[in-house]
Every structure is written in structure tokens, then in C-alpha cells.
Ligand binder design. Sequence first.
Ligand SMILES: [Zn+2]
Length: 391
Amino acid sequence: MKVHLIKDGDVGKNTFSEVVDLLQAISGHIEFYYDSNNIVNFTEDDVIKKKVPDEKKFGQSIQTYAEVENSKYPAVRSIRPYESRPLRTFSFPFLRKTTKWTTIFDKCNNYRLNNNIPNNEFVILLTEVSNTNNWFASLDEKMPFNGFIHTADWNHFIKCQDSFPIAFEVIALVLQKHMFNDYNEARSSVHLDPIGCVNDMCLEKKDIKLKLRTADICPDCMNKLKGKLTFAEINQALNIMESLRVKMLFSQNFKQNVPLSRLIIDAKKRIFLPDFGNIEIKLRPLEKTLYLFYLNHPEGVGLSFLRGKKEELYRIYGELVSIGDMLEMKKRIDEMTNITSNSAAEKISKIKAAFVKSIGEELGKNYYIQGGYEEVKRVVFDRKLLKYLNN
Ligand SMILES: [Zn+2]
């Protein structure tokens, strides 16, 4: 089974590649393809600027599957009073780009046509443009191998990297396509009240947290999958969902009272925390150079002493960016170690942000580079937990 992921021009490259990495990390019969060169564009005719009147409406999806024009949100079904504290705040009302489902699925069909994608392969569009029904994700009524995922606003509802819930929704669409014979069946079979199944409807968008936390398929839905997908495919989907669940738990600080994870640097110098759901900590080359340098120096090094350590930094950087002009590389390290430039301090805060985003502050502080202004900087975790892999 092939799943083609495409994106519009506003979806960040990093988020898109993270989603692809997360899905491809567990290999199997469900294969994920992406085409980073193909960018879907929404024209001015495709979108309207639609008013989001208040937080309540912002957090609700519309139950009807019909396109709603000039909607005043007529069919909203309120499951419970809206009481969550938003993670990212907006000032209401505001206008946002909104499009119709049919417009979104036309984009999928165009891609399918232009790239000769057979009718039994998925084309899923990741888009920053919101849709008239205010859904996170849906399949196409007319062509159930088309789907979309709205990639914006996640961090209003859930505190973690956007790529986690987006990747989760990709799996959810693939499963939903196979659970139901047609769209009407899907419509009548979703769980309107959230039970922590992949098939929860989440009319209240914040309820998405429950299904992400359980990452489960309820027995009824599992029965519907039997015979439609192979055991291996179901297992792969569950494994991907589980890997996302664990990553989300760590990044949401649910699991802060756990032993520290090992930290693995693999042969490609990627940084992983294998005991925290194998989360990868992604850093840019210069940030990573600085981080690997500090891993080598458990005793700590003050920023003003970095310029005396340039040879070591050249060497580490050279291993990370194997192709490149040596002079140019040295220049970048020279800049970073120039104490008047503030460059090293900025990189240290980027490194900190990467850890905190991935595993939360409490766990993260053990791994990021600590130390106040003009103090010695160091990474405190026990180096017994540090392991370099050579292949
Ligand atoms: Zn279910």
C-alpha cells in the first residue's frame, strides 16, 4: 500500500520532513512517499478570508459532512463545556484563510493525474489553509484514497511538535479508509463521544488529545479492519501510533519522573534518546558541533575559552559537514567562538529549545548545555549514558 504525502507552500519544510521521518521510521507494507519538489498552491480564488469569531468556535469542528458556505456554524454539536486553557493564544475575532473541501480534494486529484498515481494509492495533502468545517483531517467522499490534514493550530490544542499529531492523522486516515465500505458507513460509525479510539470524531478539537494519548483502535473498529488490512499492516500502523504516543508523552511532560535515557550518537551523528521513545533531537550543524563538543567536556567550558578549543571544533564540524570549503568552515567556527558575537550563546539557547520541545524542561535540563551568564557551561548528565555508534 502506497501513501503519497504532498504539501502546500505554507507547510514548513522541517515539519513536513519530520512527518515523513516519523512515518518511515517503522517500515513495512504501508509505504510512505513524498515529493518535496511538488508544492500545491492555493490561488486567491481557492480561499476566502473567514472570520473566526471566538475561541469556542475555533475549537469546534462542524459535524455535517456537507460543505457549509457562509457558515454560522449551524450544526455544531457541543460535547461538553469548553474549559481548556489554550497553549497558544489568539486574539479573537481574527480572519484566516479558509477553503472548501472540494477545493482541497481537487488538488489531490490534480496531483494524482499529473503523477499517474493509481486509484488504490493514497494522496494526502498537508495544508496550512483551514477548511469550512474546521476539521483536522478527512478523507474525500468521492475518492476515499484522497485525504487532507490541516497542519496549522495544533499547538493551540496539544503541547508537542506539530509533526506528531500530523503523522498520527495520516495513519488515522489510512485506517479509516479501510474500516468502512463507504463514506456513509464512516459517517455513521465514528465515535461522536470520544473513547480514545483512532476513530474518535473530535468535534471538540481539544479531544484530539485523548486519542493521541491512547493511540488505540477499539475492538469494534479493530473488527472492521479484519480482512481489509493484513495483520502486518495493522501491526505496522499500531506500531507507528505507539511510537508517536510515547514521543508525545515525553514532550508533554507527562513522564517526568522516569530514569534518564541513554543518549546515542549514531554513525551519521544523529542524536537519539532511545529510552524516551527514541526521540531524535534535531540540531543544525553548528549547534550540533557545539553540543558534541560539550559532550566531550563533562568538566565544563566557559564561553570565553571556546576560542582556545578551535581545533577540536574544526574537527567535529568537519565530520558533520563532510563536503564543504575548509576555509568557509573555519570561518563559521571562528565566528561562533568570537566572544563578542554572542553566536555561541544563541546556539546554546537553540540547543536548549530543541531538548525542551522534545522531552520537556524537567528531563531536558539534564541534557542541554547549562550555565548562567559568564559561568562555566556544561552538560550534566552522567556520561555512562552516552554512547557513540559507529555503523
Ligand atoms: Zn473505535
